[in-house]
Design a protein around this ligand. Structure first.
Ligand SMILES: [Zn+2]
Ligand SMILES: [Zn+2]
Length: 204
């Protein structure tokens, strides 16, 4: 096989998300468990939620040698912070993320029959878990996060959290007495800057 096959970027074995496939060997069925702290990749975020920068993940990874390559499995719990989609209060939570990813040997049938974006590849002796981790975490982030499942949100008229309002709270905008007061106030308030247009009738 020509050497120019290996034009992919070289993986840095010191990167904690890079694993050495030699740890598990090439005998199908053999397994290796590796546990290590991993700094969370940067920029894992959606509009209202994000994984806090600087967080450390306790990664417990199983490498399994299969015919076509190395199968990596892990479940990792990721801290999440964000703003509630109903009341905008900040909250903290965590999501559990399952990852199972095959990294094919360069000379395998999988390598011949799939594209690298479909199935990962071993690069030399190493594999990079970061793309799979990123994809899995972003998919697991809630698109409409809530501070709690039954968050009642805010009163749409005054913006105060329903938790801080009495149950009978309302703004009575439809109250006919209030509507009458409104119609008395409006003409005087707006007659000064009206440019010739009549806005309703004058109060009698
Ligand atoms: Zn809320
Ligand atoms: Zn209100």
């Amino acid at each position: 096989m020509p050497e120019n096959r290996k034009t992919q970027e070289r993986l840095d074995p010191r990167n904690p998300l890079v694993f050495d496939a030699r740890e598990v060997g090439r005998r199908p069925g053999s397994m290796k468990r590796l546990r290590r702290p991993v700094p969370v990749p940067e920029d894992l975020a959606l509009e209202l939620v994000r994984v806090p920068a600087g967080a450390t993940l306790d990664l417990d990874v199983r490498l399994e040698s299969v015919l076509e390559g190395v199968l990596v499995s892990t479940t990792v719990t990721v801290p999440v912070e964000g703003e509630c989609g109903r009341c905008l209060e900040p909250f903290q939570d965590s999501v559990a993320v399952d990852i199972q990813e095959l990294y094919a040997y360069p000379d395998s049938q999988t390598d011949d029959t799939t594209d690298a974006y479909e199935v990962g590849r071993l690069q030399g002796d190493f594999l990079d878990l970061e793309p799979a981790l990123r994809d899995a975490v972003v998919l697991a982030l809630p698109t409409n996060p809530l501070c709690r499942d039954d968050c009642p949100g805010m009163c749409p008229d005054c913006g105060v959290h329903w938790d801080d309002l009495p149950p009978e709270h309302s703004h009575d905008v439809a109250d006919p007495r209030w509507a009458a007061l409104q119609s008395l106030r409006e003409p005087t308030a707006e007659s000064t800057d009206a440019n010739g247009a009549h806005r309703g009738s004058q109060p009698n």
